[in-house]
Design a protein around this ligand. Structure first.
Ligand code: 5AD
Ligand code: SF4
Length: 470
């Protein structure tokens, strides 16, 4: 400031008081996130973009000047849930209007992308519809919406988004804790016949090594200890490496492992066809890469895998898991399953149960097939009856729950490393995660928050472990 002339000083003074004014009159944004981790990450990016515009985030809908619903379209009823939430929000907005207060309403995420302008036609309370590729433009789009137009922005320009993603402040990172997501790729080119992602998130685009390493360093410097790399098809990530060669996710993990301060790396979600040698080598050679792999197979039947356009067989999947387990014997497997895909016979379902028995999962997600408009699966004849889907799902989930419980129980009496990432539910307790992603509850002093500690596991349940500090 010393070198400013009088006129500049006056302008600077005016700007400072304007900033102070903005701060005083700071507006509040409430973001409700549905669906996957990518949406959690995107919600944070939207909050970051808006914080540069004077918005603070709030957990209370009633306090909000701006409400954003960050929606998911992957399975049924997502759009219906959004419309019923919008009904509630409309009433709240009317209440607020009586007190002379305004509230802007925005729908973001995959329902926004899929339904576009239909949303504000059906729910006139919505001021702004914004698809996942345009979040960096939120402040500008909001301004247009405030001028009274209904704004719908569902263009695909993902490269542009990656270039302009808002970076979080150190303070924002600290508030979010010692674990963080980092998107490395978005979109999917696989076109599984049941899935909307290639339509709502578009073609696969990878962020550059510089962008990813830059963001990872920034997060580590702000106190993040565990990074989870995100992508709809995360192991399809590729980019020009620092050594001039084309890298895949394996090479990227080796690079990220060098960053000071990080103690754990994870990634999700992977496709079996993109598990290359370098990625398997990363599991063998990098202690920082946690021994947990979410590798959805969806079905254990070759006929159904074919109809799903997965482009691999059950034997390919078994062979792959053998190679991964050879590289890292303590790796815990996780997966996603769909039951009742069109044409699924009892024998196809038995093949899925058999695959689950043979692989042994530490945790898994399983769903009834839900025909998604616009996907090839929805047009197939031989849709399976609801009650058959329900019975199959119940049987599969019982087996998966049994495996998860057995996996948790196998850790009792063992000593494991836990990263404490939350205050516990009870006084004097901290909650952390095992290398295999299980929540671990431990009586521990608050100073250990954010630290890694050796813990003896003294109890297990369906979903978590109990430990004692050594
Ligand atoms: N019906 C049921 N489950 C689905 N998934 C994706 N699309 C559908 C659908 N149409 C599941 C898959 C995927 C997970 C994220 O959601 O198992 O891996
Ligand atoms: Fe959807 Fe995953 Fe298949 Fe891509 S690989 S189409 S995101 S299920």
């Amino acid at each position: 400031m010393e070198n400013l002339n009088q006129e500049q000083a006056a302008v600077a003074q005016a700007q400072t008081s304007e900033n102070a004014e903005n701060k005083k009159a700071s507006r509040k944004v409430f973001v409700k996130t549905y669906g996957c981790q990518m949406n959690v990450y995107d919600s944070d990016r939207m909050t970051d973009a808006l914080s540069n515009d004077g918005y603070e985030s709030t957990d209370t809908l009633e306090d909000a000047d701006l409400v954003i619903l960050n929606t998911c379209h992957i399975r049924e009823k997502a759009a219906e849930k959004v419309y019923s939430e919008l009904g509630r929000i409309r009433k709240l907005k009317e209440e607020k209007a009586k007190d002379g207060k305004d509230m802007m309403v925005s729908v973001a995420g995959c329902v926004a992308q899929a339904e576009g302008g239909e949303i504000s036609r059906r729910a006139p309370v919505v001021d702004l519809v914004v698809g996942p590729q345009s979040y960096h433009r939120l402040p500008e789009l909001l301004k247009q919406a405030k001028e009274g137009q209904k704004v719908v922005e569902t263009e695909f320009d993902i490269e542009d988004k990656f270039k302009h993603l808002a970076t979080p402040s150190k303070e924002a990172v600290r508030k979010r804790g010692v674990t963080s997501f980092l998107t490395v790729q978005e979109g999917c080119d696989k076109f599984c016949t049941f899935c909307v992602v290639p339509y709502t998130r578009g073609a696969e685009v990878s962020r550059s090594v510089e962008q990813i390493v830059g963001e990872a360093k920034q997060l580590a410097a702000a106190g993040v200890r565990e990074l989870t790399l995100l992508g709809q098809n995360v192991n399809g990530w590729h980019g020009a490496g620092a050594d001039g060669r084309e890298w895949g996710l394996g090479e990227l993990l080796f690079e990220l492992a060098k960053i000071d301060g990080l103690t754990r790396l994870r990634y999700t979600t992977s496709h079996p066809r993109d598990m290359d040698d370098a990625l398997i080598a990363a599991h063998r050679d990098l202690d920082i890469l946690m021994p947990y792999l979410h590798l959805p197979v969806q079905s254990g039947s070759d006929a159904i895998l074919k109809a799903m356009n997965r482009k691999h067989t059950r034997d390919d999947y078994f062979r792959l898991i053998d190679r991964i387990r050879e590289a890292r014997s303590d790796i815990a497997m996780s997966g996603d399953f769909i039951v009742g895909f069109p044409g699924e016979t009892d024998q196809d379902f038995r093949d899925t149960m058999d695959l689950v028995e043979r692989v042994g999962y530490a945790s898994a997600f399983s769903f009834k097939y839900s025909p998604r408009p616009g996907t090839p699966g929805a047009l197939l004849e031989e849709q399976i009856e609801e009650n058959v889907k329900s019975d199959r799902l119940a049987e599969l989930q019982a087996l998966l729950a049994h495996q998860q419980q057995a996996f948790n129980a196998s850790l009792v009496n063992q000593r494991i490393e836990v990263l404490f990432e939350k205050m516990g539910r009870r006084e004097g307790q901290l909650a952390g995660r095992s290398p295999w992603l299980q929540p671990v509850h431990v009586n521990a002093p608050a100073e250990l928050y954010g630290e890694m500690a050796t813990v003896e596991i003294v109890g297990s349940s369906a979903n978590s472990l109990e430990g004692r500090l050594i």
